[in-house]
Ligand binder design. Sequence first.
Ligand SMILES: *Cc1c(COP(=O)(O)O)cnc(C)c1O
Length: 717
Amino acid sequence: MTDKMVQLSIHEKLDRLANNLWWSWDPEVTDVFRLIDPELWEKVNHNPVLLLNEYPPVRLEERAREAVLHTRIHWSYRRFIEYLEAKTTWGSTHAGILGQGPVAYFSAEFGLHESLPIYSGGLGVLAGDHLKSASDLGLPLVGIGLFYHEGYFTQALDAGGWQQESYPRLEAISLPLREASNDNGPVIISVDTRRGPIHARVLHLAVGRINLYLLDTDIAANHEDDRRLTGRLYGGDQRTRIRQELLLGVGGMKALKALGILPNVIHMNEGHSAFAPLEVIRERMQEDGLPFDRALRETASRCAFTTHTPVPAGHDRFDQGLIEEHLGPLGDAIGLNIDGIMGLGRVDPQNGGESFCMTVLALKLCRIANGVSSLHGVVSRDMWAGLWPWRSVEEIPIGHITNGVHVPSWLAGQMRVLYNRVLPENWYQRTGEPDVWTSFESISPGELWEVHSTLKNRLINYARHHAVEQATRRGESESIIADMEQLFDPQALTIGFARRFAPYKRADLILKDLEFLGKLITDSERPLQFIFAGKAHPADERGKQILQHIFQLTRKPPFRGRVLILENYTIEMGRVLVQGVDVWLNNPRRPLEASGTSGQKVVLNGGLNCSILDGWWAEAYDGQNGFAIGTGRTHWNQDVQDARDSEDLYRVLTKEVIPLFYNRDRDDLPQEWIARMKRAIRTLGWRFNADRMVMDYATYSYVPAAGGLSCSIVSMP
Ligand SMILES: *Cc1c(COP(=O)(O)O)cnc(C)c1O
């Protein structure tokens, strides 16, 4: 190994580092790329493959010498190889059975990095964090998804505040993607439909030790329409949707087979991939001669399913025509006619009026199922009780594993320095252990506040910079643009709200009483300021109206200069926001937020959550590690609920949040506030991180499924 390493040139080493996303969660390697050319680094959207494309080897060699980067590059590469080749990992000691065949983790979206915009929100970022933690833990797992050439959309607001969508094309060549091949060359798979096959090539992305395979239909073998099939994430009509899902589930299984990968466990992250087990059933019947019932039973015992959607309308449903067109051939192969197939996607197989639901299919084809927070487990058991009419609701076999975030991806560099000093050595390899976090208590309040203030200043500068850019693009007057340069007061209590603009998240809850809000914002002693960001789904008129409403407020006094919408929310913007805010506001209509994860990112960086007791916060809040809106009660009437929640939001702000933030000691430190920051990190950091989450999946889902067992789901933590 060492000999080979010595022989590689600087350029080759950088090239290898750039072609594995591991660099993105290793701050030292990220720094190396940035230092090569800080300006270009911003211009290429933090994409080292593009950065290196701009640098001929000779020039790079020069640049490395100028910036004294040689040692750091060699050192980074050495650590990279050590990371990849580590023999003893958590996975090898706790999930050895997966050594016989990995977990195949299916997801329609993966949010790994801003340069690869194939995610729309929390579901994708969760999948990305899952892969990264699986890599850090050394868990045998492969990811399967789709490569969307136009990704999710890029957002801009026009002069009237209406959302405009554009779709810049992604080129595989400027990303760390390679065509996956086997002994016969590049792998091409095809999936049959009644109207002919859909073909796809397979792209490979290295995520640390994890391989992610992304299917891509933009190849010559396909008709023009199908070439565009993997164009956009969540774009197009129902037919596009079912074809994408057919490709993900059935095509994904075929791709693994073509690559010689035989998974021991199939994990469906949300129902989009629920066709995958049908392909396994087909194979077991045709290749091992099993009868359908037995093939189904054995397949289901190795399948795990995670549901993410407590909103009934959020579950994919297809009518019989689309199912017949796309699953007809597979049905023929496994001896099911259309009624038989439809029955698999219906709560009541005999009910001809029921459409085909992907969640129902997933639940029928798996033996381990979970929601993504304790409360979401309760909601899901209730929601799907009809599938097990002979059981009481407590016995419905859907458990929960609460979501978590990948610490190295979301922790600010300056905060990491603090962690390094007070937490035990190698803390970042043991973030799932409570003991590791207890020593955070010993940090000095002044020091923690100083780091937080630095990060907050960075956020404000970032916001100003983007506000100027946005205003310039909209052709605003010089005076408005000049205002944007002075936007915000670094001393003022800064509240962030950023997430998808789905109406149930109620971005406008705080706007219920504008007069009162205006007073809070302009209070001369204790002012507030707000930063909003988030995309509405292109077909979501209501979400766009909410955006527009907020936009219009940002134009007029008293909100102007104190409320801002940052356009085009991405992982990068998310990082700056969660690392810099004082307070993270989250006010979904309970219980519709299955988990939520952005607030967990805030915790790690010292921000405080002010949230409805929904999703993860319902099990996280202890009275002193943040703030709660409401008491966890829900009213059947939505309007009453909204009115109640907005009132309580104002109460929490005026009675708790604002007084605590502005209560300063002689050194101008908000001692009680800082105590809450510390308590949040100490009590929440170890539980709501992705290492703990992936370890739970291994223990309660993957290892039992790999043994062909189904554990008692309800006893999940
Ligand atoms: C973490 C994250 C989300 C999830 O946000 P929630 O508040 O959990 O809905 C969405 N988008 C991006 C870019 C994120 O980083």
